[in-house]
Design a protein around this ligand. Structure first.
Ligand SMILES: NC(=O)c1ccc[n+]([C@@H]2O[C@H](COP(=O)([O-])OP(=O)(O)OC[C@H]3O[C@@H](n4cnc5c(N)ncnc54)[C@H](O)[C@@H]3O)[C@@H](O)[C@H]2O)c1
Length: 376
């Protein structure tokens, strides 16, 4: 099989930049995949961050200036993983340079930024998507396809969320994700919200109203230099929304939490109806729970294997994890860019990212005014 090589540049070589490089480093895991991903250039302001990438043999350019990376003819696609206040400026620079973009969430620091980026993407004609990898886990895919199958009867309730616990430790030093100026006024919703809305939006579960409960617990944190710093972002957000499925109003709850006791990185989705239902959580990464109503109330547990959307050489009985769904997401991005996604599940579109920001902006308003806000 002939494989087209796509040359990728990374802007922001921190936590996510390195994780993405590791996915390209074992790209041969994908079986018979039509596109080869090759990391050619990396930009980061920090020298130690740049130096880490010297061990990647395909990297030919290391720079502290993202414009130098964007000027390189050896970059076709750019992945940007920088703090949220830099999204708009750098994403627009990527598009102006004529490159395709896999943007990190939340796709701009606020709704205005997300709209500006989406409009620029549309005008540019470039291929642009936003990162959200958990739906590419086999269990999440199974849940998505079951919910889409329409066999659950009248839907009763939908719950989708992402829980973290690391911020429970008050001694954890502050970082850019904990301050409004760099993370955004939406706080935890900007950090975790796109992960929660991706599948429900794709299933057509569009919120028509939202009532938000937002919590901030620790107002200051160690600044890492012996003092204390302001920590002013929302820690937990419960968005009680309503959607309409087959003409029936259904409660749809989005949960994003940095203060969830016991949860290191738990993404989950539940869709419950009168005749059937499904639950999947990364807490039990290879377990799919399905409900069928019969003579008895039956929740059935299925032990899943390694069957992601794109075939791999990994044994079918092995367990998948974060690096695997990240690679599958990149496969979906590059397949769709090449016109080869078919009817497979795709990455978050700019329009979906804008809709997520509309929801988060309405949630902030709901919290301020202590009432439900209608969404267009
Ligand atoms: N998809 C996911 O699961 C996931 C997980 C974590 C973070 N994220 C997102 O990824 C993005 C980055 O988060 P992170 O956790 O990797 O952050 P990080 O702080 O670990 O890394 C950010 C990097 O960007 C660099 N940087 C800052 N300004 C820059 C500039 N002007 N030019 C080049 N480099 C610059 C920093 O030096 C740092 O190395 C954010 O949008 C975040 O929301 C996504």
């Amino acid at each position: 099989m002939t494989q087209e090589t796509v040359r990728i540049g990374i802007i922001g070589g921190g936590l996510m930049g390195r994780e993405v490089a590791s996915a390209f480093g074992r790209w041969f895991v994908l079986n018979q995949f039509p596109v080869k991903a090759e990391l050619t250039a990396v930009c980061d302001l920090s020298e130690p961050a740049r130096e880490w990438f010297r061990q990647v043999p395909t990297v030919r350019l290391l720079t502290a200036d993202h414009r130098e990376l964007l000027a390189s003819p050896e970059v076709d696609v750019v992945y940007v993983a920088v703090p949220h206040h830099l999204h708009q400026a750098i994403y627009l620079d990527v598009l102006a340079a004529g490159k395709d973009l896999l943007a990190e969430k939340p796709f701009g620091i606020d709704l205005a930024a997300a709209r500006t980026i989406a409009e620029a993407a549309e005008r540019s004609g470039r291929f642009v998507r936003c990162s959200s990898e958990f739906p590419f886990l086999p269990g999440a895919q199974r849940a998505y396809h079951l919910a889409r199958g329409g066999t659950f009867g009248t839907l009763l309730e939908i719950r989708s969320g992402f829980h973290h616990s690391s911020d429970l430790d008050p001694q954890k030093p502050v970082n850019w994700k904990r301050q409004t100026a760099t993370c955004g006024a939406v706080g935890v919703m900007g950090d975790l919200g796109i992960h929660a809305v991706h599948v429900p939006f794709r299933l057509g579960y569009q919120p028509r109203s939202v009532f938000a409960q937002l919590q901030k617990v620790y107002g200051t944190r160690p600044d890492g230099r012996g003092g204390m710093a302001v920590c002013d972002t929302w820690d937990n957000a419960l968005l009680h929304t309503e959607t309409v499925v087959d003409g029936v109003a259904v409660p749809l709850r989005f949960e994003t939490k940095r203060l969830a006791p016991g949860e290191t990185n738990t993404w989950f989705l539940e869709v419950l109806g009168t005749d059937g239902g499904v639950k999947y959580s990364t807490k039990e990464p290879k377990t799919l729970w399905t409900f069928t109503r019969g003579k008895e109330q039956l929740w059935q547990r299925t032990d899943l294997g390694f069957h992601g959307p794109f075939p791999t050489i990994t044994g079918g009985i092995f367990e998948p994890g974060f690096p695997d769904c990240l690679m599958q997401m990149w496969a979906a991005f590059l397949a769709e860019r090449a016109g080869k996604l078919g009817d497979q599940f795709g990455c978050v579109t700019p329009a979906e990212a804008v809709r997520s920001h509309e929801l988060f902006a309405a949630a902030l308003q709901s919290h301020d005014e202590q009432r439900a806000i209608a969404l267009g």
